[in-house]
Design a protein around this ligand. Structure first.
Ligand code: AVJ
Ligand code: FE
Length: 427
């Protein structure tokens, strides 16, 4: 267990360092007001490790208490970060390396059977590993916004196959959330029963080709399809899309222009765009409970799976996670990754918007700090599920909940549609 944790710490750090293996000016620049300079993320993950592993668990005196406020996301909102006396790239690398050395010492000594909930089951290490992976995904979004070519590696993915249509999910209770995964976040707990009426859900995510039909049908100009706040944004197409004079659609992906592949799940759409498309298609977005039931519930066994396909860890033939390539896989690429109901590509490829706002489950208790989840509960954020190609297997599972503002689309976000089953409809 400890060796596995040490390997995971190493792997995530390799990724953070690879995303910041660029000229200093690219690391200190703020590429978008939505994002931090990359060098902030880098030192922030080290500071988080220092706070949680070294100070809280190891009882070690602060290494650099004077920088805490700079790297506290709540004390300094993103737009203010460039003006901070941040550590420079070389200093940041040195700081996080110094923290990491001591973290490995703490890992060596800690007792995973200790009743302290931060220590038990190695929870605090899961916390920092997942945190750094989440920031790695944020750094990829920053790199995409920077439009700088040559900084992000690409790779091969399986071919798609023609798949379309919907899957019927019968009504009835299922178990949402988890009590058993030791590294699950507070917002995934506790496991609880939710009775979900019968519904239909798309077998695969909405593709670029599907979405283009909405764009070319004038969908962006027709207020009938839109939440009024979304319509007021005056959007014209997904972020990074442009149409040339000949009518062909292009996108910019990590600094390079390419024709939009029709069979890839659409990404870089806001909740408002997903919601408008669904209405145009005569459907709606799935609720979070519908999404999780379609993804994880095994009706034969009467229990939830960790992943759609079962308990087996994510593997290249099952799902597209962990930045194997810098894009979603084409629809139909993962028949072996289907859920018990036969729904495909729920994990990996793109984060999927749901209709749900981010709310606590009944019996929620904040742990280990209110600022991870609790302060975000309420009407302002919409929940995304399933993880993108940029998310890491360590930070993705059927119960994992992500959230963002409905106007956000620099994230690797897409969606699939759902609709109510008509009364008496069953198969
Ligand atoms: C869960 C992805 C919304 O990036 O704002 C990172 C994760 N929390 N540092 C975010 C997080 C603290 C969070 N999201
Ligand atoms: Fe953070």
């Amino acid at each position: 267990m400890k060796e596995q944790i040490a390997a995971q710490l190493l792997a995530v750090r390799d990724r953070s360092l690879s995303y910041t293996d660029a000229d200093d000016h690219l690391l200190v620049r703020q590429h978008s007001p939505l994002m931090s300079p990359l060098v902030w993320d880098l030192a922030h993950v080290g500071n988080y490790e220092e706070l949680w592993v070294l100070r809280e668990v190891g009882g070690i005196t602060p290494l650099r208490p004077e920088i805490d406020d700079i790297y506290d996301a709540f004390k300094t909102p993103r737009r203010d970060r460039p003006s901070l006396p941040m550590l420079g790239p070389a200093e940041a690398r040195k700081y996080i390396e110094g923290v990491r050395g001591r973290v490995l010492d703490v890992l060596d000594k800690v007792d995973f059977d200790d009743p302290n909930p931060l220590k038990s089951g190695g929870f605090v290490f899961g916390l920092v590993i997942q945190h750094e992976h989440q920031h790695d995904e944020t750094m990829l979004a920053t790199l995409q916004l920077s439009r700088e070519p040559g900084l992000v590696s690409d790779g091969d993915l399986p071919a798609g196959r023609p798949v379309s249509g919907e899957v019927f999910v019968p009504g009835g209770p299922f178990t949402m959330g988890t009590d058993v995964n030791p590294w699950a976040y507070d917002n995934e707990r506790p496991a609880h029963t939710v009775d979900v009426p019968a519904f239909w859900i798309d077998r695969v995510p909405v593709s670029n080709g599907d979405y283009l039909a909405f764009v070319e049908d004038g969908g962006y100009r027709d207020p009938r399809w839109w939440h009024p706040e979304g319509f007021r944004l005056g959007l014209q197409a997904p972020l990074f899309w442009t149409r040339d004079d000949g009518g062909s659609w292009w996108r910019t992906r990590f600094g390079r222009a390419e024709l939009i592949p029709p069979n890839e799940p659409v990404q870089h759409v806001s909740w408002y765009e997903a919601d408008a498309y669904a209405r145009w298609a005569g459907k709606r977005l799935p609720t979070e409970a519908e999404w999780e039931k379609a993804c994880a519930w095994d009706p034969e066994e009467g229990r939830s799976r960790r992943y759609p396909w079962g308990e087996e860890p994510p593997a290249p033939g099952l799902t597209n996670l962990g930045h194997r390539a810098a894009r979603p896989a084409p629809v139909g690429a993962y028949p072996a990754g289907a859920s018990a109901y036969g729904v495909e590509q729920m994990i990996g490829d793109v984060w999927e918007w749901t209709s749900s706002t981010f709310q606590p489950y009944p019996g929620f208790r904040a742990f280990p700090y209110r600022e991870y989840s609790e302060v975000f509960f309420g009407p302002d954020y919409r929940v995304l599920r399933g993880g993108s190609w940029a998310a890491d297997p360590a930070a993705v599972r059927a119960t994992f909940r992500n959230w963002d503002y409905p106007q956000r689309r620099q994230i690797f976000s897409g969606f699939r549609c759902a609709r109510d089953a008509s009364p008496g409809e069953a198969r």
